[in-house]
Design a protein around this ligand. Structure first.
Ligand code: UDP
Length: 413
């Protein structure tokens, strides 16, 4: 019933020169007693968004250090994903929430998946709310259960969180990006609550080092004039990512720097039915401006192109209004690009305002900061260098792997 995701091969050794020997040795020591353990990650989709981004690297690296790790994607249908999108939004504070009928669909699909879950496991790690009901229906299929939350549950709409809290508490541990994200009803001090921020893979096609010539070559194919300033936001088309605010900020920038161009790159995730609608809205708002390029996987924009756009940009934006963590921010920082981003969610953990990028609260402020960088390239370089070192220390996959192994060790030990 659930689909196994086919994965490539990755080797921890390849990361040593980036993150240092001390960390890779610590990982090997932690992995030693866990060799052969059967670890299953379960998520709602294998395409689009941060969760799949992380798992494409984490699962192969877990295998490389000796765990028998797998990744399964749940079965769903349109009504289910409509309901879970609503759930996602309401958990981040939106007023509209699921009807009784939608909760029934939610429970029903979770039960079907629980019954379809194959194999016996030492640890099952369930990612995000969509498959959270698996544990209820499949408790006996794993020794330990962990729920990994990738979103901010600090100020949710009360109705859905009341419904989820008992389900979260059934897990042996829950993992959160930040202290602040743990819902009030739980408290971050509990032993079964772990704070582990996510990370990016510096060696994936999306993040590996690109020469400026290669980045320019790819961007030119999408109509970018590489001799003029480029501002890019890579994001799903989603109200929380504020694509409309991005266009407003860009328009304010062009009043001072008319030659600036904007690229908005956003893929359509299979579990995000709202994406298409918001894509249209963004497209209409851009009003046919030739210097605003709106691109997606529908134009064949994949990981390499995202890498090229981020690497080529004079400024990377992530003007979110709410943000789980903002892997796109990490990706931009890792490429040494000056980054201007919303002062929300996991973004302030990544950017120290004025030191490793800029944090902003409005389109007008966003435009101001972009202009500061465009007028002073040395400032941009300095922010970029600081940002890259911060990302190297804190937000690359080997650190995340270490934290997971530590947690599994603790549960097992
Ligand atoms: N992403 C992508 N193509 C796009 C838009 C997004 O590959 O057109 C990737 C992006 O590079 C990042 C992830 O999707 O790795 C988004 O993660 P983030 O934490 O920023 O946001 P989420 O979508 O999980 O809310």
């Amino acid at each position: 019933m659930l689909q196994e995701v086919a994965l490539g091969h990755k080797t921890l050794t390849d990361y040593t020169h980036i993150v240092g020997k001390e960390l890779t040795e610590q990982i090997r020591q932690l992995a030693e007693p866990l060799k052969g353990k059967r670890v299953l990650h379960v998520s709602a989709t294998a395409f689009g968004g941060g969760v799949s981004e992380i798992l494409y690297t984490m699962v192969p690296l877990m295998r490389d250090v000796g765990l028998d790790a797998h990744w399964h994607v749940i079965f769903g249908k349109e009504e289910f994903f409509n309901a879970t999108k609503l759930l996602h939004n309401s958990l981040q504070g939106a007023e509209e929430t699921l009807t009784d009928e939608q909760w029934e669909i939610f429970d029903e699909i979770n039960q079907i998946n629980a019954e379809g879950l194959q194999g016996e496991w030492d640890v099952i790690i369930v990612h995000d709310p969509q498959p959270i009901g698996l544990r209820r229906g499949a408790n006996e299929k794993s020794k330990h259960w962990i729920w990994r939350c990738h979103i901010d549950l600090s100020t949710p709409n009360p109705a859905p969180i009341q419904r989820l809290l008992p389900m979260i508490e059934e897990y042996d541990a829950s993992v959160w990006h930040l202290d602040d994200y743990v819902p009030n009803g739980m408290g971050a001090h509990r032993e079964d609550v772990r704070i582990i921020p996510p990370a990016i893979d510096p060696l994936s096609p999306k993040n590996m080092a690109f020469s400026p010539e290669d980045a320019a070559f790819v961007c030119r194919q999408f109509g970018i004039d590489v001799d003029r300033p480029l501002i890019t936001q890579v994001s799903r088309f989603d109200p929380w990512k504020d694509p409309i605010g991005v266009i407003d900020a860009y328009r304010a920038v062009t009043e001072q720097v008319p030659e600036a161009q904007l690229a908005m790159v956003g893929s359509m995730a299979t579990d995000d039915p709202e994406g298409m609608e918001y894509f249209q809205k963004t497209f209409e708002y851009a009003g046919g401006d030739e210097d605003i390029k709106i691109l997606s996987n529908l134009n064949n924009v994949g990981a390499i192109e995202v890498n090229a756009f981020q690497s080529q940009s004079d400024i990377c934006l992530q003007k979110s209004i709410r943000e789980g963590f903002g892997l796109t921010v990490t990706e931009a920082l890792w490429k040494g690009r000056p980054t201007v981003a919303g002062n929300v969610g996991g973004i302030p953990l990544q950017i120290e305002d004025g030191v490793s990028g800029f944090l902003v609260d409005s389109p007008a402020q966003c435009a101001e900061r972009c202009l500061d960088i465009l007028r002073d390239p040395e400032l941009g370089k300095k922010l970029g260098r600081e940002g890259k070192e911060h990302a190297r220390r804190m937000f690359l996959t080997p650190r995340l792997l270490r934290d997971w192994l530590q947690l599994i060790d603790d549960l097992d030990g």
